[in-house]
Every structure is written in structure tokens, then in C-alpha cells.
Design a protein around this ligand. Structure first.
Ligand code: SF4
Ligand code: SF4
Length: 205
């Protein structure tokens, strides 16, 4: 009889333990029901990179003066500036310029220090290739205009995780009723302008 009660007791304890785990799991599920999804169905959906995203570098051959400042400030001396000295004009003649994105760490130093602003960081992040040598971009490849996820009609661009209000780091923290949530950059700009003009009107009154 004693064995029987001990078995019943352990069975009840196990049943309570199992139902507690079940309840914990359901609580987590219900907690996530309140949140916006953060999974992106790449490549059919793509996030719009943030305003200061450091993607593939764009280069303007005509503006480059072959000063090699970009090489000196690069932590790995990566840019290759191919130039020859023209003895008649006593000026450098630029032949080629290349950056190997297989080695670049996208720190932005070269862009920051270039005296003629011929380098800029774009929002292009899709550089995957089957051959790593294809990542060595010459001046023609570097001069190609960047692709933009918002202008590709085959892709649904997602904006929830990018244009958050100032100071907000976690998209789960902001209510969906916030006027900036889910807006494209130009829509955010319009909203900011209209709210600024409203504030000015209130001050004048
Ligand atoms: S710093 Fe700018 S101008 Fe000078 S070599 Fe590099 S890209 Fe050209
Ligand atoms: S982004 Fe940084 S690592 Fe890449 S080429 Fe420029 S300075 Fe070098």
C-alpha cells in the first residue's frame, strides 16, 4: 500500500512539473504574439540599411588626384593606386585604382580622409561571389552606382528595424502607433517637417 502511495505521489509531482514547463512554453509563445516579427525572408524581403551604413565603396576616377592618402590611412594599406609621373607636365597620371573587398574591413578611414571626396560608402551589402578574386574591384567596378533595395520592384523592402526614433535601439520598445514606425526615410522627413512647422505655429501664437 505504501509503495502505491509513493508511486501516486511521484506521478503527481511529475505531472505538475510537466504542466509547469508547458505553461512556461506557452507564456513565451504568447509573449512573442505581442511583438512585431524580426525575421526577414531574404532575398524576397530586404532591410533598408540605416542612414550611415558602411557598405561597398563608390569611387570617382575623375576626382582622384592619386595622392595615396587613402592607402596611408587604411589599417591594411589596401587601396592600390596605380599612377605614373608625366615628365612633361610633372604631374601624376592615374592609370588604375582598386580595392579588394575580400580584405576590406569597411572601417571608412579612406572615405573620411580622401581630400577630394572621391570615395564614399554606399548602402550596398550584397557582395557574395563564388570566386574571391571577383571581390577585387577596379576603378570601373568601384565607379558603378550602388543598387538600392527600395528601387528593386522584385524585392519587398522592410523598414521597421531601421528608421527608429532617436535614442531607441530596440524595435520592440516602441509602440506601433509611433508616427515614425514603418515609414520610409522620405516619409519620416515629411513627418518631421510637418511636426516642426506645427511647433513653430504654436510658438508664434
Ligand atoms: S585619397 Fe582620394 S584622391 Fe587620394 S588617392 Fe585615395 S582616392 Fe585618390
Ligand atoms: S574601408 Fe577601411 S579597410 Fe577598407 S579600404 Fe578603406 S580604409 Fe581600408
Amino acid at each position: 500500500m505504501k509503495d502505491f502511495f509513493q508511486k501516486v505521489n511521484s506521478y503527481v509531482k511529475e505531472a505538475f512539473g510537466a504542466s509547469k514547463y508547458l505553461f512556461d512554453g506557452i507564456t513565451v509563445t504568447f509573449d512573442h504574439l505581442k511583438r512585431r516579427p524580426v525575421t526577414v525572408q531574404y532575398p524576397y524581403e530586404k532591410l533598408i540599411p540605416s542612414e550611415r551604413y558602411r557598405g561597398r565603396i563608390h569611387y570617382e576616377f575623375d576626382k582622384c588626384i592619386a595622392c595615396e592618402v587613402c592607402v596611408r590611412v587604411c589599417p591594411i594599406n589596401l587601396p592600390v593606386v596605380d599612377w605614373v609621373m608625366n615628365k612633361e607636365t610633372k604631374k601624376k597620371e592615374l592609370r588604375n585604382y582598386s580595392i579588394d573587398f575580400g580584405a576590406c574591413i569597411f572601417c571608412g578611414n579612406c572615405v573620411e580622409y580622401c581630400p577630394t571626396n572621391c570615395l564614399s560608402m554606399t548602402e550596398e551589402y550584397e557582395l557574395a561571389t563564388f570566386d574571391r578574386h571577383n571581390l577585387n574591384f577596379d576603378n570601373v567596378a568601384l565607379g558603378r552606382l550602388p543598387t538600392n533595395v527600395t528601387s528593386d520592384p522584385t524585392v519587398k523592402s522592410l523598414k521597421e528595424l531601421t528608421y527608429l526614433p532617436k535614442g531607441v535601439m530596440d524595435p520592440h520598445d516602441i509602440p506601433s502607433s509611433d508616427p515614425r514606425v514603418g515609414k520610409l526615410p522620405e516619409e519620416v522627413l515629411d513627418w518631421m517637417k510637418s511636426s516642426e512647422s506645427k511647433e513653430e505655429a504654436t510658438v508664434v501664437k
